[in-house]
Ligand binder design. Structure first.
Ligand SMILES: Nc1ncnc2c1ncn2[C@@H]1O[C@H](COP(=O)(O)OP(=O)(O)O)[C@@H](O)[C@H]1O
Ligand SMILES: CC(=O)N[C@@H](CCC(=O)OP(=O)(O)O)C(=O)O
Length: 258
């Protein structure tokens, strides 16, 4: 079985042009099959503010009304996705941009209204890997944004961390899959203000205490839940840290274990 690296980059990497350019240059040097997932929540928030569209987030999830869905489609599937694809092509990496609607790769259900109406937010129901396998076997690199569809013509907003874990889980039937969450810190930190306080490994036993003690909070909560879901569903290796963890053997980062 070949190894596949599924790599997710978040807002603070996308927002910094120099950091993004450097990352994409390094990413292009990875010779094994690879797949990139990008977020972009921060840029969507900035644009919504400029357009005077109210931004509402609950537990790291964006309440997505029709106007917000238009904004995130333009930002995630348009500006960010196409710029990343163009930069990868400039580095001789044969990137192809995807939303979950493209090739019917990710189908999701609109989140049912319970106490909160999230609007056009989708929970992943099905990942179709046939097209992705074909591309990955032929040296092409899929680049996914945080948009899925319901197969009835409706686009839905889906957290980028979830897209990465669901793709990694489904593709683990075909590849030995590794999942890397890249962000601006060295890993999951004991003290959020001390970049040297990296927690080397987190297990399903230790995670609850970290959440209860509020060491893990905010944006790290959905990330760690997606990591746990992935290690418990056949993904061989799951790591959180700076992009350097992919390229520098001496870098520190957090490994998520069963
Ligand atoms: N223990 C922790 N270690 C590191 N970051 C943490 C921790 N707890 C909360 N966080 C927060 O989680 C954020 C990462 O989540 P998020 O902003 O959603 O990133 P991304 O856009 O890269 O997915 C960090 O910037 C940090 O503020
Ligand atoms: C439903 C939902 O919340 N979707 C996210 C998708 C983007 C994302 O996940 O971006 P980062 O990885 O940069 O945070 C949002 O709109 O903010």
């Amino acid at each position: 079985m070949k190894t596949l690296k599924v790599i997710k980059i978040g807002g603070n990497i996308i927002d910094n042009e120099d950091v993004l350019q450097a990352f994409l240059k390094d990413f292009s040097t990875i010779e094994e099959p690879k797949l990139l997932v990008h977020g972009g929540g921060k840029l969507a928030t900035k644009l919504a503010n400029q357009m005077q569209v109210e931004v509402k987030m609950i537990d790291g999830r964006r309440i997505t009304d029709a106007e917000t869905l238009d904004i995130i489609t333009m930002v995630y599937a348009g500006k960010i996705n196409k710029n990343i694809v163009a930069q990868l092509q400039a580095n001789n990496c044969n990137a192809i941009g995807f939303s979950g609607a493209d090739g019917n790769t990710i189908v999701s259900d609109k989140r049912p209204v319970k106490t909160i109406d999230y609007g056009f937010v989708g929970d992943v129901k099905q990942v179709n890997t046939t097209t992705l396998e074909l591309l990955l076997e032929n040296d092409a690199t899929p680049v996914f944004c945080a948009i899925t569809h319901d197969k009835n013509g409706q686009l839905l907003n889906t957290n980028a961390d979830t897209i990465a874990s669901e793709l990694a889980i489904s593709l683990s039937q075909i590849f030995k899959t590794e999942l890397y969450y890249c962000f601006e810190k060295n890993g999951v930190l004991k003290d959020i203000n001390d970049d040297h306080s990296v927690i080397e490994s987190i297990t399903s036993k230790s995670v609850q205490q970290l959440i209860d003690n509020q060491i893990i909070s905010e944006g790290m909560l959905p990330k760690i839940n997606n990591c746990m879901h992935a290690v418990n569903h056949n993904v061989q290796k799951v790591c959180i840290g700076k992009p350097e963890m992919l390229f520098d053997k001496n870098s520190t980062y957090t490994t998520i274990l069963k």
